[in-house]
Design a protein around this ligand. Structure first.
Ligand code: NAD
Ligand code: UFG
Length: 337
């Protein structure tokens, strides 16, 4: 298939492009590089031994997108990763988040209708469940996201669901990711956050590398066995494989298809930290800090639907996630720079 990947230079997008190429698909990337580097795409090409067609363009730029779609009349499907994703920043810059994430989804849906493209896979998030019973299962009623970022995921899901009603031949796949971590085992591609990382794993890894002084653990008084929050960490390569599987199984199967992509296993902040230290044989200083606003004590996926219907399940464990993160960190101490 010929797949147009928005946000393909980003963290999850780059790993997915590699999997797509390896599975024999052709890849066109559209990315404005606002949170990524062209070098990620170069490295994917080297790893796969295949080339990618790359456009530095903004998905909210309708004219630029129309020109790309007009140029490539053979596109079979879209994977839509492009978006802003920092929860805290979205509270400070709501207009930017709503504009970028919602208009991007609207422009892409318009392109699909205009150019007769029937397949789209959208990067959604466990955040759409809000505070809910665990494990989170696809059939649950969705919650109320507590920040503009989460709202953009909920709204984008709704836009695509409504588009699928109006275009009954469309296949809309909503993939709800849990907590993606890790890097490709080659150490060539990985997560390269700009500035101080917001997320736990890159923060741990930068403390281990001596770039940050110590980890702040946001709360150890949650109702969990060790008092720290529990999440479902999933290796980014498992996640990437999930996208390829979803595309291959669901392309041209009309309707809306929703899947959790997680491991089904919960790991606490303290457990992740000690696993990272054990696997990589190093010490990561930490301190207990106050709770972070908006954090939920514990959530993890019921990932059985993806296994049942897509034949996909996450196979890499916490040790692999910690090992691969550290390999990427040590081989690229300042990301792609
Ligand atoms: P990322 O920031 O590494 O990748 C996003 C990419 O989109 C970047 O390359 C960025 O330059 C590009 N982009 C952003 N806005 C754009 C625009 N208007 N036009 C063109 N390109 C644009 O983030 P990621 O972690 O790879 O996340 C990919 C997707 O998965 C995002 O939609 C994110 O919300 C979603 N997601 C991520 C997580 C996570 O924890 N990483 C969890 C759930 C969902
Ligand atoms: N944490 C710390 N210290 C840090 C960073 C995080 O203790 O420096 C804790 C958080 O309090 C939380 C856990 O580590 O308990 C995980 O935090 P992350 O920021 O890594 O991940 P979140 O679960 O908060 O959110 C992530 C993405 C969201 C997405 C969600 C589910 O950032 O966008 O996973 O996919 F919605």
């Amino acid at each position: 298939m010929v797949i147009l990947v928005t946000g393909g230079a980003g963290y999850i997008g780059s790993h997915t492009c590699l999997e797509l190429l390896r599975a024999g698909h052709q890849v066109i990337v559209v990315d404005n590089l606002c949170n990524s580097s062209r070098e990620a795409v170069n490295r994917v090409e080297k790893l796969a031994g295949k080339s990618i067609i790359f456009y530095q363009a903004d998905v909210t730029d309708e004219a630029a997108l129309a020109a790309i779609f007009a140029q490539h009349t053979n596109i079979d499907g879209i994977i839509h990763f492009a978006g802003l994703k920092a929860v805290g920043e979205s509270v400070v810059k709501p207009q930017q988040y709503y504009y970028n994430n919602i208009v991007g989804t609207l422009v892409l849906s318009k392109m699909m209708a205009q150019f007769g493209i029937k397949n789209i896979v959208f990067s959604s998030s466990a955040t759409v469940y809000g505070e809910n019973e665990i494990p989170f299962v696809e059939t649950m009623s969705l919650g109320v996201p507590t920040n503009p970022y989460g709202q953009t995921k909920l709204m984008s899901e709704q836009i695509l669901k409504d588009m699928a009603v109006a275009h009954q031949e469309w296949s809309v796949v909503l993939l709800r990711y849990f907590n993606p971590v890790g890097a490709h085992e080659s150490g060539q591609i990985g997560e390269a956050p700009q500035g101080i990382p917001n997320n736990l794993m890159p923060f741990i890894s930068q403390v281990a590398a001596g770039r940050l002084e110590k980890l702040n653990i946001f709360g150890n008084d949650y109702p969990t066995p060790d008092g720290t929050c529990i999440r479902d960490y999933i290796h980014v390569c498992d996640l990437a494989e999930g996208h390829v599987r979803a595309l291959e199984k669901l392309a041209d199967k009309s309707g809306v298809h929703v899947y959790n992509l997680g491991t089904g296993q919960g790991t606490s902040v303290m457990q992740l930290l000690t696993a990272f230290e054990r696997v990589n044989q190093l010490h990561v200083p930490y301190t207990i800090a106050p709770r972070r606003a908006g954090d939920i004590a514990a959530f993890y996926a019921d990932a059985s639907k993806a296994e049942r219907e897509l034949g996909w399940r996450a196979v890499r464990d916490i040790e692999a996630m910690c090992r691969d993160t550290w390999r990427w960190q040590t081989m690229n101490s300042h990301g792609y720079d």
